[in-house]
Unconditional design. Structure first.
Length: 241
């Protein structure tokens, strides 16, 4: 398997706290991988390190075999890594389409090109019908999909999704799962942080489990939920897949 992204022995400390501790994993192109673990396990810090928002204390991040751990976030974005944030904040004085266009300005200064890419991104997340709506009219699920569309407008090869399904109703989450599957089928690689194990099992082909900053397990969803370390530290011994 050729890896699109590889993190090698990645660590990040905040004072005396080791938030990410010697973590290594690799993502194959077109795969959906879930990064899971209890609150404070280091998942968002991992995202920040991959996206260039934070520098590691030690370790390396390779994207398409190039070292990127000291690359600024704008340059990481131009290379093909886009992310969404846990808290979604669309720009309220702009339409849904205009919000989605923002991502495209990372690679073009043409308004026409940005608009056309933004439409395509909105279509792929099921929001094209609301392109001219105001963001105030959007549900939480729509706002999360708009955040995803904005990230897609940057033309990423790797999409980092931070809790994109948190707070959604089961039907909304199921529709997001379908969107993510379709995106992966087009060749997009996805790394997502997700707490609901049922969704992880449905959408991800690989799972990386963090606990106190360290990787404690990695494998298929079925392997991971059967791992005693994962049951003990995260899922609880009463968990049944
Ligand atoms: N900028 C920071 N300064 C100091 N400590 C931080 C900083 N960012 C994260 N931490 C700490 O690092 C640890 C890992 O945090 P992180 O947000 O990466 O965990 P997480 O797995 O994403 O948690 P959650 O599921 O709650 O979002 C936590 O103890 C957190 O308090």
């Amino acid at each position: 398997m050729t890896s699109l992204l590889e993190v090698r022995n990645l660590s990040r400390s905040f004072g005396g706290l080791v938030a990410v501790n010697n973590v290594s994993f690799a993502l194959g192109a077109g795969q959906i991988t879930a990064l899971i673990g209890p609150n404070g396990a280091g998942k968002t810090t991992c995202f920040n390190l991959v996206a260039g928002a934070m520098r590691p204390t030690s370790g390396q991040v390779f994207f398409e075999a190039r070292r990127i751990e000291n690359t600024p976030p704008e340059a990481v974005c131009r290379m093909g890594i886009a992310r969404t944030f846990q808290i979604v904040r669309p720009m309220r004085d702009m339409s849904v389409l205009e919000n989605a266009m923002v991502g495209a300005f990372s690679w073009t200064s043409s308004v026409g090109e940005a608009r056309s890419k933004a439409y395509e991104s909105l279509e792929s997340v099921g929001l094209a019908g609301k392109a001219n709506a105001s963001t105030d009219q959007l549900t939480l699920s729509d706002r999360k999909m708009l955040e995803t569309a904005k990230a897609l407008s940057t033309r990423p090869k790797l999409l980092l999704l931070d809790e994109v399904m948190a707070g959604l109703r089961p039907t909304e989450a199921a529709s997001v799962v379908r969107v993510l599957r379709r995106l992966a089928e087009t060749g997009l690689t996805i790394l997502l942080v997700e707490h609901v194990m049922r969704i992880v099992m449905e959408v991800a082909s690989r799972v990386v489990v963090l606990h106190h900053g360290a990787k404690i397990a990695e494998g298929s969803p079925a392997e991971v939920v059967a791992d005693p370390k994962v049951l003990e530290s995260y899922l609880g011994t009463g968990f049944h897949a």
